[in-house]
Design a protein. Structure first.
Length: 194
């Protein structure tokens, strides 16, 4: 199996052997067991993660209750940009919801790579802008939906996710109680039978 980020860069441009080697060294692949914290509240983020296989969940604690903010699965990036850019302590946690293989994107190594190969910075910036734009659109759409529509949207956009993580985490992500999610699921099941 090749390096996922080499594959992505290769789709945009031809890479020579030196560039391939630099990407592989700059963004090592690592597998973490389920339950591993990649970032804890209070830590300053030094790394971002590109998910090759698995699932990372981000959440915050409000009075000891976990509020799930997002799930990052294959071909998605998980990063606390505020902490990374400003050296602020993180207000959120990143935890592996499954055994997860990631490409680790360390900001110091990334800077060195861009100095050596300036064209990579353009590709990464454009990719980041697209990802952030898509994320903003999804958040705005999500906020306009009622809980049942949010769940249906999740089923349509990420159908396997609901089988990969506990239902109480899905409920938290949707901004509802687990009992409400159970009622929504029962209603939808009835609709599909009739």
């Amino acid at each position: 199996m090749g390096h996922i980020l080499v594959d992505i860069f290769s789709e945009m441009t031809h890479l020579n052997n030196e560039e391939i080697s630099a990407i592989e060294k700059s963004f090592p692949l690592k597998t973490f067991p389920k339950g591993t914290f990649l970032l804890k509240k209070g830590q300053v983020a030094k790394d971002a993660y590109f998910v090759v296989k698995g699932c990372i969940r981000s959440y915050e604690l409000n009075e000891e209750e976990e509020n799930t903010l997002d799930f990052y699965t294959e071909n998605q990036s998980a990063a606390n940009f505020s902490s990374l850019a400003n050296d602020n302590p993180s207000s959120i946690n990143f935890i592996c919801a499954e055994e997860t293989t990631v490409a680790i994107i360390n900001k110091e190594k990334e800077s060195k790579l861009y100095k050596k190969f300036p064209r990579f910075e353009t590709f990464c910036r454009e990719g980041m802008e697209q990802m952030m734009g898509k994320q903003q659109e999804e958040i705005l759409k999500f906020l306009k939906l009622n809980p049942e529509e949010r769940y249906q949207n999740l089923l349509n956009s990420r159908p396997t996710l609901v089988h990969r993580v506990p239902q109480y985490q899905i409920a938290s992500f949707l901004g509802i109680k687990p009992e409400t999610l159970s009622r929504i699921r029962a209603r939808l099941a009835k609709k599909t039978k009739s």
